[in-house]
Design a protein around this ligand. Structure first.
Ligand code: ZN
Length: 452
């Protein structure tokens, strides 16, 4: 019965996961690197749906212990036989050239070329991903199988039509102002060429989160940063170093489209609001997930959480970089990406931000014994039922723990009830005048609780 099932390609589905996947398909062929036209073309596509502000920082600019590198741009790159047939061709995949290769135009025998060729003998069908950002060199990446087809006796035409010289480092950011200037930072890297999970998945999820947040009423402000890895966040931190106090919560998003369980890596602070809110959103989401401790290894969270900044920035991913099959090879392709995984990641981000947006501390105004909820229409009037619906249990939890110090997020964690249920219960109790705002953020704004 093969061939009778209609096949729905991921890009033909609807919903946020399908849109994220479609964005990945458009971005996939671009030859991104730390700098240059591939990065700008990526930001151009993101700017079609997001209000993206672009920053260009000149090569050579000192950035803490670093310096903005020269800008790299590539037109064409290939290795051709005598008859002109290309045996390695950038047009086929942007992985084929070592990123930041110097320009070269030469003819050479395989013996001279061989040290410049990178393959994976253990995985002979895959093309590796290689960069040389800070050491001047050039090279090609190809499958071992294709390398084995090259002949010692032949002289090859080798062309890398690249420019490497003073230019700019480019990053883009979307600022979504809220009622408060306190910001949530969402950051992802945009320097990898044709690799899907690492990190087009992060770009797509961050873009969808930005789009959804743009349509919401926001108490907090949000900043979504699309920057080349390591040097990009460093440049952004350097540019914004006088105003980093406004960053109250942050998430880096990367490697998040594979079928692995969602993984949250805590910030260096370990128990900041973002750490606890993300853990709660993951628990409430109900899907398999893992929470791992901070370590100074991984992605751009390393810069945000370096000791001089120590920002409350965690990392949301699936299988961590380096640990999923095909990592940094041509096997990190769109076929391994699940639109549902992308959609779930967007939902978890938004659920986390909902907690940060609406959490508060309250005081029970009737703490001497349980107040009579039935009289206020908050509880079933008939007694004796064995089963207590969770909305009613939530009322009791909120009343019992609202001592002016314990937040709704803490109550939800302790009660084992979804945050949304606890939040709704607090709203009902506030309307019945059994609960009063007692602490940040509500006393600061004076705004009553929104009742769902
Ligand atoms: Zn990578």
């Amino acid at each position: 019965m093969t061939g009778t099932q209609p096949i729905t390609r991921p890009s033909e589905r609807t919903g946020v996961g399908a849109e994220a996947f479609a964005l990945m398909e458009r971005l996939f062929p671009l030859c991104r690197s730390l700098t240059g036209a591939g990065v700008r073309a990526t930001l151009d596509i993101l700017a079609e749906t997001l209000e993206l502000r672009r920053t260009e920082i000149p090569s050579g600019t000192p950035i803490f212990d670093w310096r903005v590198p020269d800008e790299w741009n590539i037109g064409d790159a290939y290795i051709a036989r005598n008859d002109g047939t290309r045996v390695v061709d950038l047009q086929e995949s942007s992985l084929h050239v070592v990123s930041y290769s110097e320009p070269v135009r030469a003819r050479m025998p395989l013996a001279l070329l061989r040290p410049r060729l990178h393959a994976l003998p253990e995985q002979p069908d895959l093309v590796p991903y290689r960069t040389s950002y800070y050491e001047r060199t050039w090279g090609f990446c190809l499958s071992q199988r294709r390398l084995d087809q090259l002949e010692e006796s032949e002289e090859y035409e080798v062309v890398i039509d690249a420019t490497l010289g003073p230019g700019h480092l480019t990053y883009g950011e979307v600022l979504l102002p809220g009622e408060r200037t306190d910001e949530v930072l969402i950051s992802t890297y945009i320097c990898h060429p044709s690799l899907a999970n690492d990190n087009l998945s992060g770009i797509a999820v961050a873009a969808m989160v930005a789009r959804e947040l743009a349509q919401r009423r926001r108490r907090l402000s949000y900043r979504i940063l699309f920057a080349p890895g390591t040097i990009g966040p460093l440049a952004w931190l350097h540019e914004n170093r006088a105003a980093l106090g406004r960053i109250r919560h942050g998430l880096t998003v990367s490697c998040i489209g594979d079928p692995g369980p969602l993984t949250y890596k805590r910030s260096r602070r370990a128990t900041s609001e973002i750490d606890l809110a993300t853990a709660l959103a993951l628990r409430d989401g109900g899907a398999a997930h893992r929470i791992v401790d901070w370590e100074p290894w991984g992605g751009d969270e390393r810069q945000f959480c370096s000791p001089g900044f120590n920002l409350p920035v965690g990392c949301l991913m699936r299988t961590p970089h380096g640990a999923f099959p095909g990592y940094h090879t041509s096997a990190d392709s769109l076929e391994r990406i699940s639109p549902d995984a992308l959609a779930e990641a967007v939902e978890i981000c938004l659920a986390t931000f909902d907690i940060l947006e609406t959490d508060g501390r309250y005081r029970n105004l009737s703490p001497y014994g349980e107040p009579q909820l039935g009289r206020r229409g908050l509880y079933r009037s008939a007694g004796g039922a064995v089963h207590t619906p969770r909305d009613e249990r939530a009322l009791l939890w909120v009343l019992n723990l609202s001592d002016g110090r314990t937040s709704l997020r803490e109550i939800a964690s302790r009660a084992g009830l979804p945050y949304t249920v606890i939040h709704r219960a607090a709203g009902r109790l506030a309307r019945a005048e059994l609960l009063a705002a007692a602490g940040p953020p509500w006393t600061e704004t004076g705004r009553p609780l929104d009742v769902a």
